[in-house]
Write a protein that binds this ligand. Structure first.
Ligand SMILES: NC(=O)c1ccc[n+]([C@@H]2O[C@H](COP(=O)([O-])OP(=O)(O)OC[C@H]3O[C@@H](n4cnc5c(N)ncnc54)[C@H](OP(=O)(O)O)[C@@H]3O)[C@@H](O)[C@H]2O)c1
Length: 294
């Protein structure tokens, strides 16, 4: 099997690389090899590589920037997955694509299930929803994996930003009124590997699954837990204060849902695999972070 991995140097892409390599010939691409804002260059890449499976974590993930650049968000989060799905239909290939909890909005009454009504509140959420809908409409053999609040030990995400500040001895202010499902990129990469190993990419249709670590926590509780664990292990010198602030006190350009916890029972029933709790995953990720930075 020839696998094309987009966004290979991104957070999830880097966790996927070693796991996908065991499934066949892996071709990793990032912006240097192909700029996906260029539709013709994307088509040329696909025709050149001729993959049997496309794994697509590439996206515009800067949620606030997307408010100012809706066309870029639309190209990368909607028209790119649409183009990949159409190519898959024409060439009997399969697609694994990633989407987001930010397709949901409004008041959360239960952990969102795959078929719950979507009410995205941001340009990013709307563009990712459009990407999902285009894949479904194409009839491609595709898996859409919706995840949330991705973090890793790599630089450039919420967790490492918090830890770097804490390591520098700075107190923190973090919002308490947005609750979600923080997910370690490694857990999502492993779930992708399980789905491929168990042959769960459906034929001539699209299946959507939620893949997150278990637990419902606010950004504040998540940050507090990370700081406490890092301090307990001696990876930071001081248990800095983590002040709880409301979203109103911490204005951001894009509106975020107040509750976006995802129910991942469909993935677990399908695969027979249990996804780790946020606490377990966070502890493992922190250990990786300490090895990189301490
Ligand atoms: N991060 C989260 O909290 C989160 C939450 C829910 C869902 N998701 C979804 O999970 C997936 C993976 O997220 P992630 O955190 O791994 O994202 P990421 O770290 O931002 O990686 C995105 C990748 O896409 C590449 N890319 C962006 N624009 C490109 C372009 N014009 N041409 C070629 N490549 C381009 C980036 O390359 P550059 O580095 O060169 O820009 C990067 O390698 C995405 O579909 C995202 O929507 C993420």
């Amino acid at each position: 099997m020839r696998i094309l991995l987009t966004g290979a140097q991104g957070q999830l892409g880097r966790h996927l690389q070693p796991l996908l390599a065991g499934h066949g010939e892996l071709i990793c691409v990032d912006r240097d090899e192909c700029d996906f804002t260029d539709e013709s260059a994307t088509a040329a890449l696909l025709n050149d590589v001729e993959p049997n499976l496309i794994v697509n974590p590439a996206a515009m993930t800067a949620v606030d920037l997307a408010e100012d650049e809706p066309q870029l968000a639309d190209r990368l989060n909607h028209r790119l997955p649409s183009q990949l799905a159409e190519w898959c239909v024409q060439h009997q290939a399969a697609l694994i694509h990633y989407s987001t909890d930010y397709v949901f909005g409004g008041t959360q009454t239960h952990p969102w299930r795959e078929d719950d009504p979507q009410t995205p509140q941001s340009v990013y959420g709307t563009s990712k929803q459009a990407g999902e809908q285009a894949i479904i409409a194409s009839g491609a053999s595709a898996l859409i994996l919706r995840t949330a609040w991705l973090y890793s030990a790599l630089p450039g995400n919420f967790l490492t930003a918090i830890l770097n500040k804490a390591k520098a001895g700075e107190d923190l202010s973090v919002v308490f009124d947005q609750v979600g499902s923080p997910t370690w990129a490694q857990s999502l990469a492993e779930a992708t590997h399980v789905l491929i190993s168990q042959n769960h990419v459906p034929q001539a249709q699209t299946m959507c699954l939620h893949v997150v670590n278990h637990g419902a926590v606010s950004w504040h509780a998540f940050a507090q837990r990370a700081v406490s664990l890092a301090y307990q292990h001696g990876w930071i010198d001081r248990e800095v204060k983590v002040r709880a602030v409301s979203s109103d006190e911490w204005p951001q350009k894009a509106k975020r849902p107040s509750g976006s916890v995802l129910d991942c029972s469909q993935y677990e029933t399908l695969t027979g695999q249990h996804l780790a709790s946020f606490d377990e995953a966070l502890a493992k990720c922190l250990l990786q972070w300490s090895k990189r930075t301490c």
